[in-house]
Design a protein around this ligand. Sequence first.
Ligand code: SAJ
Length: 411
Amino acid sequence: PKVCVMGLGYIGLPTAAIVARSGSEVIGIDVRAEVVETVNSGGVHIEEVDLDALVQGVVARGLLRASTEVEEADVFLIAVPTPFDDKHAPDTSYVLAAAQTIAPVLKVGNLIVLESTSPVGTTDALRDLIAELRPDLHIPRAGNGTADIAIAYCPERVLPGRILVELIDNDRCIGGITPRCARKALAFYRRFVRGACITTSARVAEMVKLSENAFRDVNIAFANELSMVSDKLGIDVWEVVRLANRHPRVNILSPGPGVGGHCIAVDPWFIVHSAPEITPLIRTAREVNDGKIDYVVERAGDLIEANPEVRVALLGLAFKANVDDFRESPALKVASELALKFGNRIVIVEPHIERLPPVFDNSGATLADIDEALLECGLMIVLVDHDIFKSVPPEERTGKIVYDTRGIWSA
Ligand code: SAJ
């Protein structure tokens, strides 16, 4: 089939490339002309393991091309952002805008799959919008009858840094507006997914996705709370976690400087927003994880003030290890606040960038590599567990004051 992927971001572009490699003709649509140009020249605008070679290959073979203009296809995959506003209310306007864009080119027999993380009911809303814009097409809301257009929800579940592997190997949960829609989507995913593909309703699939990320957020909040209690009691939380996890039914996640990324720090709010009165746990987990950022800023600030004679290395700005993605990054938030306060005492190490992001302009903070930082700085604050930081042996840290929010240098 010819496949049209709406949105060439962290999910859309890798998906488009994988589908193209499976032999389908793929056209990727993005509103950003520069992204379209990059992809058409065989390049990528995001860093993801092996993505550049894959995109280059499928573009060269004529299987993938990009455009700002939508065109007729057999399958439409929607992978656009679903952010939240300042009141934590989900914003599905990009999803609905994508539906609006494809409505005029839809033909009988088409399949539309929404992959963007979305609040429960979004796929139904998408269906209603298409039905309204195309009254000539028969798109039942439920039942076992035939439909001119099949509509399904199939959330992406891939982990940045492992996207190309997980796109193929992860199980997929495919929710149809009707069971027939789900089966049609299943047949499509089977073409490139090796994991199990399990069908359900669109609403269940939407909730499954939100539950997965809320599960992780709640469990990280638990670890972060333990870390603050352990600090207060003067014990090493990493040792506590390591030993507790020897229990056969305990698996505590890793504390850190807070939770970042565009998924886990966002999606739980979609659940809270849909039922604010009965979601104290999920809301509190979000607050604990956000609060951990302020806690780290305060603790680091106290350490910096207590050691006025030394320069301070902040290790890492990315939202997690070994990625170049800074969205919602707790490390970036901590570093920018500390840079604002302590200016030219701050040395930042982030191997994935060549110059500091604009938030550091005029702060006096400088960018250095890990070797320079080890030479210049007496206080080291670990904010991201990049492999390169893990590789620093204890003897290179002798005599330094260390605040390790990721536990990479803990014995
Ligand atoms: N983190 C901790 N401690 C941990 C694990 C993670 O502090 O033990 C932090 C990370 O440092 C990072 C944040 O949490 O700041 C999120 O990182 P992550 O690796 O847990 O997740 P993401 O955001 O990269 O990807 C998640 C994944 N969801 C789950 O694991 C349930 C991924 O499978 C989803 O596809 C993705 O969200 C998404 O797009 O929704």
